[in-house]
Design a protein around this ligand. Structure first.
Ligand code: R2B
Ligand code: URA
Length: 308
């Protein structure tokens, strides 16, 4: 059984702060952002996070610390260097703040990412941050493009090949559209330059709920399809305009849209899935490639701040 609910989008307040329509929140004496290790009673969230303009989320704690360092050096020229993990005692996600930029890890897959993202949305609301933009920087498997390429997502596709994020709620499926902010994705795509040593593409991103079978891999512990089935499926995705496969895109697209927040996904591809399944590129190269989405987002942030 599937019940479709039209995806609602909640406009921001006139001053650009985030409006949350959930009236139950008004009844709380204090709100605990459990996985971020923050709450509205013991922390002055407007003082701590009220100046946030950009939130960048990504899978690993290590990468998000690197992004904070990258922004510190490249956007703020080494100022604001002392990096402290602000959510250390939650033992879940790592959060770093460099001026108006927040860098937060989200783990692997939709449930882990949406737990972090929903608490970030509440945090931005309580902090009264004005017109914040949220990015996901990540890794992915590419479709027919050279490994090391960057994909800026225009939409997310779920495992059933629908451009939606489907979440079971009380025994029914809630369906939210997974379309990303078109202007923002194009602005980010336009950051790519001929001098880059890699190609950047704009296209659809499939977010699978599994790394192995869910991405048609043949190298998991279980496999019930053939190589021909896999290639046929990946070709079909390509024809639909999908450029890469990762594990969070539809949910990220849907929740940022629902909150009325501009959001973008920028991923590097670690492998061409038409040529294989194993991510076997040398570690140092993989780490270098992961800097590519960082560089693009940092360039966007610099440009944005210069124009303010
Ligand atoms: C990309 O990489 C991770 C799996 O290796 C997952 O979080 C994703 O979306
Ligand atoms: N992350 C994924 O989810 N899939 C890949 O193929 C590579 C990274």
């Amino acid at each position: 059984w599937e019940t479709s609910h039209p995806g609602k989008e909640y406009p921001k307040n006139e001053d650009g702060t985030i409006r949350l329509p959930n009236k139950n929140l008004d009844k709380l004496e204090s709100d605990v952002l459990y996985h971020l290790g923050l709450d509205t009673k013991n922390y002055d969230l407007p003082a701590l996070f009220g100046d946030v303009k950009f939130v960048c989320i990504g899978g690993t704690k290590h990468r998000m610390r690197e992004f904070a360092e990258f922004v510190s050096f490249n956007v703020f020229h080494g100022k604001n260097m002392k990096l402290v993990n602000l959510t250390k005692h939650s033992h879940r996600y790592a959060t770093y703040k460099v001026g108006p930029v927040l860098s937060v890890s989200h783990g692997i897959g939709i449930p882990s990412m949406t737990t972090a993202l929903q608490e970030i949305i509440k945090l931005l609301h309580y902090a009264k941050a004005v017109d914040p933009i949220v990015f996901r920087i990540g890794t992915s498997g590419g479709l027919g493009i050279p490994p090391g390429s960057v994909v800026v997502s225009s939409w997310g596709l779920n495992g059933y090949l629908e451009k939606s994020y489907d979440i079971p709620v009380m025994g029914r499926s809630l369906k939210l559209p997974a379309i990303l902010d078109k202007r923002l994705s194009q602005e980010i795509y336009s950051m790519a330059s001929e001098e880059d040593e890699f190609q950047t593409y704009l296209g659809g991103t499939m977010g699978a709920d599994d790394f192995y079978r869910g991405q048609a891999r043949l190298d998991g512990p279980f496999c019930d399809h053939t190589e021909e089935d896999k290639l046929e499926f990946l070709e079909k995705l390509s024809e639909m305009g999908v450029r890469n496969i990762e594990m969070e895109a539809p949910a990220f697209a849907a929740l940022t849209k629902e909150a009325g927040i501009r959001g973008a996904i920028v991923c590097v591809t670690l492998i061409n899935r038409l040529e294989g399944d194993q991510v076997s590129t040398e570690k140092g190269t993989l780490l270098q490639w992961q800097k590519r989405p960082m560089a693009i987002v940092a360039k966007f942030i610099s440009k944005y701040l210069d124009s303010m």
